[in-house]
Ligand binder design. Structure first.
Ligand SMILES: Cc1cc2nc3c(=O)[nH]c(=O)nc-3n(C[C@H](O)[C@H](O)[C@H](O)COP(=O)(O)O)c2cc1C
Length: 233
């Protein structure tokens, strides 16, 4: 196997969603380098529909405070959830098998690892809220898309996001892509200074994974190639 093949395969297969990070700094140069690689991602007719907001220090911390407060307020008064809307349906409104089964397995293996039982709503709330702290990562990324763009731009966006995550791995960094932020766009968009024409695609935590935290030992399963590949003669 060539070293290029090894390096690329390793960067892709060693990516996992890290949910605990150390406080070790990620330099601006590293972030710029990662985005410089990711900007080579393909997009339909080279539209390059991405806008990236990098939050560190005070901008990161104050967003965390605002969204955690909103998340707590919704818990105290679930009717408030009505005020928060995602710009697009990331998940289906009606779940069917096998997707719902995989989703459930994913949730319960995470909670099981952390010793959170089915009825433990307090612990679930706190664990879910770790999203709104970027899992303690020193860098939070927010991704927006101009609202005039079509659904195809979300396909482009997926490639851009994966390029960021893979380029981060090549530098020893880890990420967690986060749709959990999407419902809070009415707080996030003004906070980051996004224009009225922008919608929030998702957020992402970026930093050095905390290897001592068991949450990062979660290994998620994948279906084998033959289960999703249809060979036509
Ligand atoms: C677009 C996108 C959004 C996601 N949003 C979240 C999220 O909000 N919080 C979270 O903990 N994980 C989130 N994930 C991570 C998935 O749960 C994870 O990718 C999946 O379980 C497979 O695990 P792995 O990334 O460790 O391989 C997201 C993944 C993607 C691709």
């Amino acid at each position: 196997m060539s070293s290029a093949q090894q390096a690329v395969d390793h960067a892709i297969t060693s990516r996992m969603s890290a949910r605990a990070f150390t406080q070790q700094e990620v330099t601006r140069e590293m972030i710029t380098d990662i985005l410089d690689v990711a900007r080579r991602s393909p997009s339909g007719t080279n539209t390059q529909p991405w806008q990236v907001y990098v939050l560190q220090g005070a901008s990161r911390d104050s967003l965390v405070d605002k969204v955690c407060a909103a998340h707590d307020a919704i818990r105290a008064n679930p009717a408030l959830a009505e005020e928060y809307r995602e710009a697009y349906d990331y998940y289906p409104t009606q779940w069917v098998s096998p997707f719902i089964d995989r989703r459930r397995e994913n949730g319960w293996s995470l909670y099981g690892l952390l010793g959170i039982g089915k009825g433990d709503k307090d612990k679930m709330h706190l664990q879910h809220q770790r999203n709104y702290k970027f899992f303690d990562a020193p860098v939070g990324l927010m991704f927006t898309l101009n609202r005039v763009m079509g659904r195809g731009s979300l396909v482009d966006y997926g490639m851009f996001l994966q390029s960021i995550m893979v380029a981060a791995r090549a530098r020893g960094l880890h990420t967690c892509p986060q749709a959990a932020w999407n419902g809070f766009s009415k707080i996030i968009l003004p906070h980051i200074g996004a224009g009225d024409n922008e919608m929030l695609v998702c957020g992402m935590a970026l930093g050095w994974a905390d290897a001592s935290d068991k949450v990062n030992t979660l290994v998620t399963p994948r279906e084998p190639v033959e289960s999703f590949t249809h060979w036509l003669a």
